[in-house]
Design a protein around this ligand. Structure first.
Ligand code: GRF
Length: 206
């Protein structure tokens, strides 16, 4: 059982997955200067970079990335702040073991700047979602969600920090289910083969 994690930046979710004791065999970034690479290296995890800038087309980059991922023959591929939209070909290759974490309660607020948009919309509950990856951005079957309240004096930064704490709990849990073969997807709905599994979390910590 093994996980390959794809990152583009900070790598705090990657770090949470590693610190949860999950078997991470490689961390791959499309950005050579992603701070998460040093965090992984410091923990003895092999890292590599497949620079998107080195490829003229999305297909070319994705083929190179797929080849690099395939070297590790992972059980699961986890996108953790990976800021590239993958081609349908890549997604099809890893369909049932490719997951992402998104900082909103999907299907609300797909895409970027989710915390700003949540505040602007005046929602009272916000959160994060772990989902299977499909070719349509931020639209795959939902594995688990964590919700947090939106306070009246929130800023995007404070809200983001509150959601991020939940991301760091939610993602390792969902990945463990995936590795253990406990996730079943039927008609786009994900269920967990585990009577004690909770796919929804609520945190009211400030
Ligand atoms: C997280 O908020 C994640 O939900 C989103 O990008 C951010 C990545 O943060 N997809 P980090 O690199 O894991 O710290």
């Amino acid at each position: 059982m093994s996980i390959v994690i794809l990152i583009s930046g900070r790598g705090s979710n990657m770090q949470a997955i590693v610190e949860a004791g999950l078997p991470v065999t490689a961390v791959i970034s499309n950005k050579p200067d992603a701070p998460g690479l040093a965090i992984a290296s410091a923990r003895g995890i092999p890292t590599s970079v497949v620079r998107d800038k080195d490829y003229g087309t999305r297909e070319g980059f994705d083929a190179a990335l797929a080849a690099e991922v395939a070297r590790h023959a992972p059980t699961a591929v986890a996108l953790a702040g990976f800021m590239r939209i993958l081609t349908p070909r890549f997604v099809a290759r890893y369909a049932d073991r490719l997951v992402n974490i998104h900082p909103s309660l999907l299907p609300s607020f797909t895409g970027l700047k989710t915390h700003e948009r949540a505040l602007a919309a005046g929602v009272k509950v916000h959160g994060c979602t772990v989902h299977f990856v499909t070719p349509e951005l931020d639209h795959g079957p939902i594995v688990a969600q964590a919700a947090v309240p939106v306070w009246t004096d929130d800023t995007p930064e404070r809200l983001a920090a509150r959601v991020l704490r939940q991301e760091h709990l939610l993602y390792p849990m969902a990945l463990r289910w995936l590795l253990e073969g406990r996730l079943i997807v039927e008609n786009g709905i994900v269920r967990v083969k585990d009577p004690n599994a909770h796919q929804a979390f609520f945190s009211d910590r400030p």
